[in-house]
Design a protein around this ligand. Structure first.
Ligand code: PEP
Ligand code: MG
Length: 754
């Protein structure tokens, strides 16, 4: 390397010796800058550390005025040092003072230095500080020198992250790494959780940065790349079968990166600067992260995930460290992950789990459904969160508002602690209502039922005082299983669910798969519009073997009891009649083979496809009961994807059009003497529940935690008076898009808290 004495390897070795010396942090840092300056034949070497207040503080210098140490600070974006921190990119200048960002600090005496080379001190793509060398004479720094300084900066990153420099911080100051942050995402599961970060995929710790034998490191790197490529090829060759969260598109992209010449070249360059193979991978990945994280283009940001995936695979190959997820958790654990499948979440020990934060994961993702079932506060779509946290960081999850408080200051922590206590107190009040019936002030009784999908849900039925399990989503068992559950496995689950319901009725819904509910072991259909595609009862009727097996398992599990089964996504009465015929044939089969039968079987229909609104007479005549799936019905009525944030707020469940549609269903049920329940999310919100009671619904099925608040609201309302107010508005809404505000304004003063 031109200009450097002994090259980067010698420097790294020297620095490693300095790291091992028994001296205090300041002395160590002072020696480090002396070695760097000497090795790079520079007159100046300085280290700036990023503080939690956003400033960069001079922590050590060789060549500048020593008095300036711990006194000189720059704001991010100010001066050359601030610019490097902001952009997270190296900057090499032959004439620093000619640069528009140059800012003169008299206390440092730096005006006599012409050339400047600075690199960010990066960790996980975050800037922890800036490392600078300067020369009096004008000179151009070579690429190798830039490379060498970046490598050296990795050592400093470790020093900062290890907390060794903590003792040097000014009173009241801390490092950017420890700065409190308020993040925001999408609420997935209600509740407030306070605890400490546990990474679902712990960062792989590179312990050995400096290579002993560079040639051997190159061999190790090449062997690992080869092994990783073979592993990816095998996974891709498995065709449409997914491994643990391994998606084919992602694998294809990762494979492309793994063969990318630029990436391989950067790895070799990093190796040449004296790093071990694993440290080289980390270096290259740090740079890529720093660049991609600052991109606003979602496509490019998505590529960062692919690159991360690649780097992690390679690091696992090189270090032998695995992904240690699942199992035991420390007390008050808050899990943080990029993404997580429902099965992975279930593997953790629930007793210590206080919350979940994901970078991906929308409100209707399966992991969100599981988090709700477990009663774990959860937030999804929190950008970059895995990079911003360190294992053990204090963290607060507010699953109601979607707020994450990372490393919260004491006052924030106290406020959330209070919120959690208040919530617990409110829960206690709801608990007191558990055994009282849900009767409005004017004496109308509304049945409150609960939705479930896992065996663990069923225990909530008695805790919250649900009348029955109004919707059992059978697909969850299929979604978390490694392969298609056999008849006996299905039977066992249904039997246990019925037992766990302790005498309450369970309404089983047959498999509602397809669209977003994919089974990992089933060939994935490429469909333009999966929500309008081959799903639910459509699959059941086209593959009657599956439907028959499930119905047989359900009917056998219900031996000697009253049973209710319903079919999802029915668009035509004939589909219901066909499904009914399959169920009756199964009943006949069981009878012929001498099985004990259910004492009574009621077969119902989910009303969630708008075409049924114009077949209400026929469907009411054919079905024993109706259950409105308002989540789907509303998305189809308004042609707005329920999971697409851009459009889901465009319509309101309390829109007059929606209320009219819902009213027509319950009125048809009344005409035919067929019970009508509603089991979409809407029924679990107090104001919506009041509106539904007004238009005639007498049965609502909801997530268990919603029963308390809905019961409290319904018991406080005078239904007759609210009906007199609301019905004319539904009939003559004028140009109102939603009746929410008016209903709220009417109900609130008359009703205890909503
Ligand atoms: C619905 O669509 O409202 C419903 C209850 O079913 P799911 O949310 O499972 O589609
Ligand atoms: Mg539905």
């Amino acid at each position: 390397m031109r200009g450097a004495l002994g090259g980067p390897r010698l420097l790294l070795r020297r620095l490693r010796e300095v790291m091992a010396e028994p001296v205090n942090a300041q002395a160590r840092l002072d020696r480090i800058v002396i070695h760097i300056a000497a090795n790079m034949v520079a007159e100046v070497c300085s280290v700036y550390v990023a503080r939690s207040d956003g400033k960069l503080e001079l922590y050590a210098t060789e060549g500048l005025n020593r008095e300036a140490v711990h006194l000189t600070t720059m704001t991010t974006g100010e001066g050359l040092v601030g610019l490097i921190a902001e952009k997270a990119e190296p900057l090499a200048l032959a004439d620093a003072q000619a640069h528009p960002a140059f800012s003169y600090r008299p206390e440092t005496g730096e005006e006599i230095y012409q050339s400047f080379l600075g690199v960010p001190i990066l960790r996980g793509g975050n800037t922890l500080g800036v490392l600078v060398v300067q020369n009096r004479a004008r000179r151009t720094y070579s690429e190798e020198e830039v490379e060498a300084l970046q490598t050296t900066a990795m050592l400093l990153a470790e020093m900062i992250a290890s907390g060794e420099l903590q003792s040097l911080a000014q009173p009241g100051q801390s490092f950017s790494l420890q700065k409190p942050m308020a993040l925001r995402g999408s609420p997935l599961s209600e509740g407030v959780g306070l605890g400490h970060v546990v990474l679902h995929e712990p960062r792989i710790v590179v312990k050995q940065l400096v290579a002993e034998d560079p040639a051997a490191e190159l061999r190790r790197l090449e062997q690992s790349i080869q092994a990783m490529r073979e592993q990816i090829d095998q996974l891709v060759a498995r065709g449409d079968r997914y491994g643990m969260g391994e998606h084919r598109d992602v694998l294809e992209t990762v494979r492309m990166f793994a063969n990318d010449r630029g990436w391989l070249r950067r790895l070799r360059e990093a190796l040449e600067s004296g790093l071990t193979a694993e440290a080289a991978v980390e270096r290259v990945q740090n740079d890529a992260r720093a660049k991609l994280q600052r991109q606003t283009d979602p496509y490019l940001r998505e590529r960062l995930h692919d690159l991360d995936d690649l780097a992690n695979r390679l690091l696992r190959q090189l270090t032998g460290q695995g992904t240690a997820h699942g199992g035991v958790l420390p007390a008050n654990a808050i899990l943080v992950a990029r993404n997580m499948g429902p099965a992975a979440l279930l593997e953790y020990d629930r007793a210590n789990l206080r919350g979940l934060v994901l970078e991906d994961g929308g409100p209707t993702s399966h992991v969100a459904i599981i988090a709700r079932a477990l009663g774990v506060p959860a937030i999804g779509e929190v950008p970059n969160v895995t990079d911003l946290v360190e294992t053990g960081d204090a963290i607060i999850v507010d699953g109601g508002s979607g707020e994450v408080q990372l490393r919260p200051p004491a006052d924030v922590e106290a406020a959330y602690g209070e919120k959690a206590r208040l919530r617990a107190r409110r829960q206690e009040q709801y608990h007191k209502l558990r055994d009282v019936p849900t009767v409005t002030r004017d004496g109308v009784e509304i049945g409150l039922h609960m939705n479930a999908g896992l065996l663990i849900d069923c225990q909530h039925a008695s805790e919250v005082g649900a009348k029955s399990i109004g919707l059992f989503r059978t697909e969850l068992q299929f979604m978390v299983a490694p392969s298609f559950p056999r008849l006996s496995e299905q039977y066992n689950l249904y039997r246990k669910v019925i037992d766990a319901a302790e005498g309450r009725m369970v309404t089983f819904r047959t498999l509602d798969i397809g669209s977003d509910k994919v089974l990992p072991y089933m060939a994935k259909m490429e469909e333009e519009n999966p929500a309008l595609g081959w799903r639910a009862i459509r699959i059941g009727l086209d593959r009657p073997g599956l439907l028959r097996m499930q119905l047989r398992a359900i009917l056998r599990a219900g031996a000697g009891r009253e049973m209710r089964v319903m079919f999802p996504m029915v668009a035509n009465t004939t589909e219901f009649l066909q499904a009914r015929a399959v169920a009756e044939r199964e009943l006949e089969f069981l009878r012929r083979h001498g099985y004990e039968l259910p004492t009574d079987l009621k077969l119902g229909v989910m009303v969630e496809v708008p075409s049924l609104l114009w077949q209400l007479d026929e469907i009411c005549a054919a079905a024993d009961f109706l259950s409105v799936g308002s989540n789907d019905l509303t998305q189809y009525l308004f042609a707005a994807d329920r999971d697409n944030k851009r459009v889901s707020a465009r319509y309101d469940t309390l829109a007059p059009a929606n209320l009219r549609a819902l009213r027509s269903i319950v009125e048809a049920g009344d005409r035919y003497g067929k019970p009508v329940n509603l089991c979409g999310e809407m029924g679990g919100r107090p104001l919506e529940a009041i509106a539904l009671a007004v238009i005639g619904y007498r049965g609502l099925s909801m997530t268990p935690s919603a029963i308390g608040p809905v019961k409290a609201a319904l018991r406080a309302v005078d239904l007759g008076a609210t009906r007199d107010f609301l019905l004319p508005l539904i009939e003559n809404p004028g140009d109102r898009l939603s009746l929410r505000q008016e209903l709220q304004a009417f109900v609130e003063p008359r009703c205890v808290p909503l």
